[in-house]
Ligand binder design. Sequence first.
Ligand code: PAF
Length: 280
Amino acid sequence: MLVLKTISEVRQAVAQYRKHGKTIGFVPTMGALHDGHISLVKRSFEENFATIVSVFVNPTQFNNKEDLEKYPRTLQDDVNLLQQSGCDIVFAPEVEEMYPQPDTRQFELGMVAEVMEGKFRPGHFNGVCQVVSKLLTITTPDKAYFGQKDYQQIAVIRTMLSKGYVPEFKGELVPCPIKRADDGLALSSRNQRLSPQQRISALTISKALFSAKDKVKDGATANDLRKYIEDTISFDSNLKIEYVEIADKDTLCSTNDLHNAIICVAVYDGDVRLIDNILL
Ligand code: PAF
């Protein structure tokens, strides 16, 4: 496995694979890798000749300076994990390599980028699009793998691609199911920051989502579900809801029709912001 720091090294490696007609899978990450990431890497390993994983904490997608500073950085552990997971190339650039000049591009993506995360983390998706467009242009994969815990992120990236912002990328976007701990908690790099007590509180989030999904079978309406989730989560005094949204799973606009819907939540567990979702 190679660990590369520069864009030109990655481009050279990609050119070699292409010269020999080999397929490339790509998994973008911000490091602090967990089983969720590793499941994406393994899928890429199964479906492609070569797998490239980027490890880069992208500053432009953080709307909060403290959140950026506190984001876990564990490159050596990440490299060790990737070594055993079928990764061929780790691309771990410094900020100056990715942004030799400030990236001033603005992506016009409409409502999909304005609701939920877009509303509560202004500028976040623009930063995601800046870095993902660069990474896809550098790696030009056949398939790029994204976890559905960040469901809205996938919808935003799909919109960015369909609007022609990344002409160099001709591959496929592959959404992959959320990976959960045995007790239901959605895996996230941010879970590392939870205290044992916060880790217990966090469970309330996934439990509320699972029970809400069950209630649909019993005829619950969107309003019933929203209220149930809000009440269940607020009952735990460690948790503070940012949003509970029932949205159309394609447009991500708020809906009361549960047939094509997803429930998305963002919750502060102490000072750790967690997101989760469930498709209905
Ligand atoms: O989902 C993430 O970890 C990040 O948003 C991504 C896609 C790696 C871009 O920085």
